[in-house]
Design a protein around this ligand. Structure first.
Ligand SMILES: *Cc1c(COP(=O)(O)O)cnc(C)c1O
Length: 416
């Protein structure tokens, strides 16, 4: 393509972005986020969402009034219930989960450990032949490391699925590894690298047909794509709140446990907060009924503060509207890559129905491109091999931002 026709292409794309922003029913929400007024291009809301302006004030008020004013009384008045109250809200607005099945607490890694081990131990105790934990080779490192650790710790075996780097786990890949030896399966709903969105209902049914349990990792789903945990018959699920739920760096994760499993599973980190009577200070651990038994120690109330603002916003907007904008944003990014970044490959599904909220572009120089862009306040992230990840957080990202960021990728590639 000649430089002139490229320039014309970008000018046309800018005009198109402006029209898309004008027609966007969520366009006014962007100004609710800190930094939206600057020219910085943020493509990493799938790693760390921007903060809401409301949260900046709420954190100060919490320190002054709630912590500073109520002191230890705060636990009785509000904080003891926070993992359940915010969990129920998160379950309703982001997971399609009826109340009493979602808690906030620990990190994703710790909650995944607790639920995976509980599921493995249960399946194995019910049938000693069930010794395998299934996971895909390209799942997020923490997921793979946990599976290997639990298999080693409990005398189990890892069964790997090989999924393509630009796709993810499908029924065709999952079915052949399932059998009477399967205890539990761990899959990501939206793959962290490619953005591939699995058919969670169909894969859950396959796992159940094999008599096993499934744990869904929803880190790249929650707050970005609709999840129907109850309707899709999930057993267990875990996810982050600092990505598309804008909880802030290191904000606590969430866990979903279907009602039918709550009083059956025993999680391995027995702590006082999960005990039947928290303040009995008794001689031995007896697990609480319901979701409380999946807690271990004192929950991070300060870590949950941003969710008090973000979850009501998501409730007001609705996850379906978020998804509609997400599809429009990623489709626009894919189209710009195809037409105006000829040296780049799209390593994400082209079918929007099989794609989550981010798009990965590959080129051998992307590590260097990412470093250059960060210096210029254009912030995607880099994932080997050669992948520039463009995470498009629907409430805080404009179409104009997409064009400016993509044009910056093109300019960086030209000058390398
Ligand atoms: C972000 C992410 C994690 C992170 O786990 P932490 O315990 O919060 O560090 C885990 N799994 C997936 C799939 C992720 O995308």
């Amino acid at each position: 393509m000649s430089p002139e026709s490229l320039d014309r292409g970008w000018a046309q794309a800018r005009a198109e972005a402006s029209a898309l922003d004008d027609a966007d029913p969520l366009r006014d929400r962007r100004a609710l986020f800190v930094g939206a007024e600057t020219s910085l291009v943020y493509f990493d809301g799938n790693s760390l969402g921007r903060p809401l302006r409301a949260t900046a004030d709420a954190v100060g008020a919490f320190v002054r009034d709630e912590w500073g004013g109520r002191l230890i009384r705060g636990w009785d008045e509000r904080w003891m219930d926070a993992p359940f109250a915010l969990g129920d809200l998160l379950g309703r607005v982001a997971l399609g989960a009826a109340p009493g099945q979602t808690i906030i607490g620990d990190s994703t890694t710790v909650l995944l450990y607790k639920l995976l081990r509980a599921a493995f131990d249960h399946a194995r105790a019910a049938d000693p032949a069930r010794v395998e934990i299934v996971v895909d080779r390209d799942n997020f490192p923490t997921d793979r490391f946990l599976v290997e650790g639990i298999a080693a710790e409990r005398g189990g075996r890892v069964r790997w699925i090989e999924a393509p780097l630009d796709g993810g786990v499908t029924a065709e890949l999952l079915a052949p590894v399932l059998g009477p030896q399967t205890a539990v399966v761990l899959l990501s709903h939206v793959a962290y690298r490619s953005g591939h969105m699995a058919d969670a209902a169909a894969l859950t049914a396959l796992v159940h047909d094999a008599g096993a349990l499934i744990v869904w990792d929803l880190c790249h789903s929650a707050g970005s794509v609709p999840v129907r945990a109850d309707a899709w018959d999930f057993d267990l699920a875990v996810g982050c709140t600092y990505k598309y739920l804008n909880g802030g760096p290191g904000s606590p994760a969430f866990a979903y446990v279907a009602t039918r499993w709550q009083d059956v599973l025993a999680q391995p980190i027995q702590g006082w907060m999960g005990a039947a009577d928290v303040f009995a200070m008794g001689p031995a651990y007896a697990p609480a009924a319901g979701m409380r038994r999946f807690l271990s120690g004192t929950p991070s109330i300060t870590g949950m503060l941003a969710l008090r603002d973000m979850l009501p916003l998501l409730d007001e907007v609705g996850i379906d509207a978020v998804r509609a904008k997400s599809v429009a944003l990623t489709s626009f990014a894919v189209r710009l890559a195809d037409t105006l970044l000829p040296s780049v490959a799209v390593a994400s599904p082209r079918d929007a129905a099989a794609r989550g909220g981010h798009v990965t572009l590959t080129h051998p120089a992307m590590r260097e491109v990412t470093a250059r862009l960060w210096e210029r306040d254009v912030i995607p992230d880099y994932r080997d091999p050669g992948g520039l990840r463009i995470g498009l957080s629907p409430l805080s990202t404009s179409f104009a931002e997409v064009v400016e960021g993509m044009a910056a990728v093109g300019a960086a590639l030209e000058t390398l």
